[in-house]
Design a protein around this ligand. Structure first.
Ligand code: GDP
Ligand code: MG
Length: 182
């Protein structure tokens, strides 16, 4: 969804959160949108997306950020979820190697359902758990380079890089979209 209203020159971008269950997708979004963190959050039910605004080039840019509503537990994220997405954050947990090993699978699914120009960021969440880290920054950087994604480590718990991650994706989408006719 790359929507541009001629009069106001505002933009609305759909961005999706994907990745294995319990990597922290919902907490990243609640930290970004409401500055909230939940230590014992259950799989997401309810709210499907949050809209956040930011300003770039004097224009109001709205990011409609979609959370999976727990669908990923059943490996059944629907095509409706991906429809119209111009950006994606693929999240894994740096303390659980298996969640990193599945990044390729999420990437494949995303690419089946979206435009080739979709902006993708690889997000290694829970970087506060460095003492039990199972995924090095080096291997994640390498994967990101090979797959033409940007890469960032975050902690929804202590708020490290959370705003940075979402805003970088939105800025990159704006850069891509503002260069091509809508
Ligand atoms: P989702 O299934 O991907 O949406 O994951 P949730 O946001 O529901 O988080 C799953 C669990 O991981 C919860 O118990 C959170 O408290 C915890 N969690 C999420 N983000 C972080 C983080 O940055 N650091 C730590 N230590 N725990 C986190
Ligand atoms: Mg969730």
């Amino acid at each position: 969804m790359a929507y541009n209203d001629d009069k106001s020159e505002d933009y609305l971008f759909k961005v999706v959160l994907i990745g294995d269950s319990a990597v922290g997708k919902s907490n990243l979004l609640s930290r970004y949108a409401r500055n909230e963190f939940n230590l014992n959050s259950k799989a997401t039910i309810g709210v499907e997306f949050q809209t956040q605004s930011m300003e770039i080039d004097g224009k109001e840019i709205k990011a409609q950020i979609w959370d999976t509503a727990g669908q990923e537990r059943f490996r059944a994220v629907t095509s409706a979820y991906y429809r119209g997405a111009v950006g994606a954050l693929i999240v894994y947990d740096i303390s659980r190697k298996g969640t990193f090993d599945n990044v390729g699978r999420w990437l494949d699914e995303l690419r089946v359902h979206s435009d080739a120009s979709v902006v993708v960021m690889l997000v290694g969440n829970k970087c506060d758990l460095d003492n039990i880290r199972e995924v090095s920054q080096e291997e994640a950087t390498l994967l990101a380079q090979n797959e033409k994604m940007s890469f960032i480590e975050t902690s929804a718990m202590d708020a490290t890089n959370v705003t940075n991650a979402f805003q970088s994706v939105v800025k990159e989408i704006y850069r891509v979209v503002s260069k091509k006719p809508l």
